[in-house]
Design a binder for this molecule. Structure first.
Ligand code: PEP
Length: 271
């Protein structure tokens, strides 16, 4: 049986001021401390990163590693290392804030801003070169699912973004399966469909790299996870946790989602 540590991330999108982010972060840290068997991550907007990292991040204000800390990450990084790219933020800059992770290819960027797999592949490279845990988002639109193309789309997203990257360089990779039609809609994939998609992710990783690598990578589900449905979704063997949007902005709900991931551990006897 796989012994992957559950990972639960809160994507705060463009929803919180610095003060709101700090207040939320402190509450999330309490839940994270109570459940050390779960990797808890938050993805605040760029202006809040330094303060959130200083309050709850893996690297404290004096640069010391904190135990039981929350993973803090950026919501995106540039595909370029530096230079004349107005409005963009490099992976090195995100690292410099003390962050330890970054989201790559969220559907609001893939579909909303037209980011291609080729661009995402470069971003993934930047994240890994800078020692950030990349959370790579993949997933089909409603039309693609209706057309029976969900698995093909997931495989294409993975193959495109991982092109040119070695297994070694991707050792920290987390994959978030996020069906586009489930994000922010209140509709979730059935556990059966999500499990099938997660198996497709692992199968593709095995083909690209090795069965060992595919077995160790954490694959999490995103799409209208909430306090009520989290435990049922995370009870599925293939689903190693979740990426959460709306419900991550409400501390009590996000805490219940962390508890849902922690119950996965007690059910399975890991960690
Ligand atoms: C997301 O933004 O990644 C997400 C899954 O959002 P929500 O939980 O609101 O569907």
């Amino acid at each position: 049986m796989a012994t992957r540590k559950p990972f639960v991330g809160g994507n705060w999108k463009m929803s919180a001021t610095r003060a709101q982010s700090l207040a939320l972060a402190r509450l999330v840290a309490e839940s994270a401390r109570a459940h050390p068997g779960v990797d808890v991550a938050v993805f605040p907007s760029f202006p809040a990163l330094v303060e959130v990292v200083g309050a709850i991040g893996g690297v404290g204000a004096i640069g010391a590693e904190r135990s039981g800390a929350v993973i803090v990450g950026g919501q995106d990084c540039s595909s370029h290392p530096s230079g004349a790219f107005t409005g963009q933020v490099s992976a090195a800059m995100i690292k410099d804030t003390g962050c330890t992770s970054v989201l790559i290819g969220h559907s609001e960027r893939r579909h909303g801003l037209g980011e291609s797999d080729a661009v995402l592949s470069k971003k993934l490279g930047m994240a890994c070169e800078n020692g950030l845990i990349p959370v790579l988002c993949v997933g089909e639109t409603h039309g693609e699912r209706e057309a029976g193309r969900a698995d093909a789309v997931i495989a294409t997203h993975l193959r495109g973004a991982l092109a040119g990257h070695t297994e070694e360089s991707m050792s920290a990779l987390v994959v978030a399966y996020e069906p586009v039609w489930a994000i922010g809609t209140g509709r979730t994939a059935t556990v059966k469909d999500a499990a099938e998609a997660h198996r497709t992710v692992r199968q593709t990783l095995a083909e690209l790299y090795s069965a060992r690598f595919a077995e160790q990578v954490r694959v999490i589900y995103g799409g209208s996870v909430n306090a009520k449905n989290a435990a049922e979704i995370f009870a599925c063997e293939e689903i190693d946790g979740g990426l959460v949007g709306g419900a991550s902005l409400i501390a009590a709900d996000f805490s219940a989602i962390i508890v849902g991931a922690a119950s996965r551990i007690s059910t399975r006897g890991g960690f």
